[in-house]
Design a protein around this ligand. Structure first.
Ligand SMILES: Cc1ncc(COP(=O)(O)O)c(C=O)c1O
Length: 457
């Protein structure tokens, strides 16, 4: 049994006290589960390089405290103490009955993933790959993908992109974590975040040691007037398509943010998560194109292909690149083979053909949800309809969005109340964030029918 206990001989704390602390902590936080047998005092003493008496004393103390007990086989084992259960995400991920109609706003059409074409790209990538390239790979990401992305981001997003400024990550989430860690290491403390925004992204920011400061959002994106007063070192935002309300960041606000960033030395972190999908509005270029030296641009294949690929990219200002790459060294390189497949998609034009196909499909679904909301749910006010993969429907105030979401879940309908995304709750607000990408037109109608039934009930 490998027991990971760290002893520091220079700490001035006795070895048996350190051993007790280490074991107590491991039992409390569940790393050592109930009924696990510990090594004999002799074996553990040898492993740790300490006198056997140190371990005997440590075990005796923890037995006295109720953390350890002696098993019927005469071994020392972890007693029946309170331990944390599985973490909340683990308990909910995939838990519960499957949803029949899942209006999850974060997912593309997973059943529509082009399996055969993707598998062929992967097979080709493996077949032709020199053995040497099956090592850890370039920490920055495969050169061929970084080159292909630089061209794509320049052409499709108006970004100022060079392969040397691109870092391939495992989704936008990892890119955000790395950027925040690097900013924190350079002394950043506070970061402006949109309110509402995606809660897990705010959690990533906080986990990196930055304080997320909520800034309200309206029909023109983040309300940036007076941003200098909150003394933030950075701002995280979704300029092309605000998540979840759907606005494009207005040109005057873009200019104001860039001016603020240049004047104060702050960075803008641009989450360009679903910019590829727009239906009846002009393309909105990347903020990065306005100020490449102040913007950390992040993209992802999660909406264009599938979250399971865990493929994302950062396009970084020169002065941040080394600091972010240093953090990536701790996180580990991204898997190489999906990168090669994506590079082939970009270079062969398959990516654009795929987007064209998906855009048509999503537009039909978007029209279907708009019609279903109009005819079956009392024609609520709808926001964010022009782009992306979800809409926000505002319901009459008397409907409790959170209660409706719970009731709907029991009937197999997955919906997210807007309030889940808010830091500051809006009094009296009753609104739903409804993703439509993963449901066919008939399913959308049936799901909205069920919602209407629940509301009537
Ligand atoms: C607002 C927002 N940003 C980013 C992402 C993508 O995250 P990732 O690339 O880590 O899957 C999503 C996916 O749902 C999102 O909704």
């Amino acid at each position: 049994l490998d027991l990971f206990v760290r002893l520091d001989r220079n700490s001035g704390i006795s070895l048996h006290a350190q051993l007790e602390d280490g074991l107590r902590g491991a039992i409390r936080d569940g790393r050592l589960r109930r009924a696990v047998e510990l090594p004999s005092t002799r074996a553990l003493a040898a492993e740790l390089g300490v006198a056997r008496g140190v371990v005997v004393e440590g075990y005796a103390q923890l037995r006295a405290e109720g953390y350890l007990e002696v098993s019927p086989r005469g071994k020392t084992r972890v007693a029946d103490v309170a331990q944390p259960g599985p973490s909340a995400p683990a308990a909910t991920a995939g838990g519960g009955p499957p949803l029949r109609y899942d209006f999850h706003p974060g997912l593309p059409d997973l059943d529509g993933f082009p399996r055969a074409r993707w598998a062929r790209s992967l097979r080709n990538a493996v077949k032709d790959l020199p053995g040497a390239e099956l090592g850890y790979g370039d920490l920055r990401g495969a050169a061929v993908l970084r080159e292909a992305l630089a061209t794509h981001l320049g052409r499709a997003r108006g970004a100022v992109a060079e392969a040397d400024r691109i870092l391939i990550t495992q989704g936008f989430s990892e890119g955000l974590a790395l950027a925040c860690q690097a900013l924190r290491a350079r002394g950043a403390r506070r970061i402006a975040v949109e309110d509402p925004s995606l809660p897990p992204l705010r959690a990533i920011v906080a986990d990196a040691g930055l304080e997320p400061v909520p800034v309200p959002v309206d029909g023109e994106g983040m309300r940036v007037e007076g941003i200098e007063r909150i003394a933030a070192d950075a701002a995280l935002l979704t300029p092309a398509h605000q998540f979840p309300l759907g606005a494009a960041l207005a040109p005057a606000r873009r200019a104001a943010l860039v001016e603020w960033a240049r004047d104060s030395g702050a960075y803008l972190i641009e989450d360009d998560y679903d910019a590829e999908y727009r239906y009846d509005r002009d393309p909105v270029g990347a903020l990065q194109g306005l100020a490449p030296e102040r913007v950390v641009y992040g993209g992802s294949a999660s909406k264009t292909l599938a979250p399971a690929l865990r493929l994302g990219w950062l396009l970084l200002p020169e002065e941040l690149y080394a600091a972010v790459l240093e953090r990536k060294a701790f996180a580990g390189p991204s898997p190489v083979l999906p990168q090669l497949a994506l590079a082939e998609w970009l270079l062969s034009g398959e990516f654009h053909r795929h987007l064209r196909r998906m855009r048509l499909r999503y537009r039909r679904r978007r029209d279907a949800i708009a019609a279903a909301l109009r005819t079956r749910l009392g024609d609520p006010e709808i926001e964010g309809i022009a782009a992306g993969l979800h809409v926000v429907a505002r319901l009459p105030e008397r409907i409790d969005g959170a209660a409706l979401a719970l009731a709907a879940h029991e009937r197999g309908v997955g919906i997210h109340p807007l309030g889940w995304h808010r830091v500051e709750q809006a009094p009296g607000e009753s609104a739903l964030v409804l993703g439509y990408a993963g449901l066919g037109e008939r399913e959308i109608e049936k799901g909205i029918d069920l919602l209407a039934e629940l509301i009537r009930a």
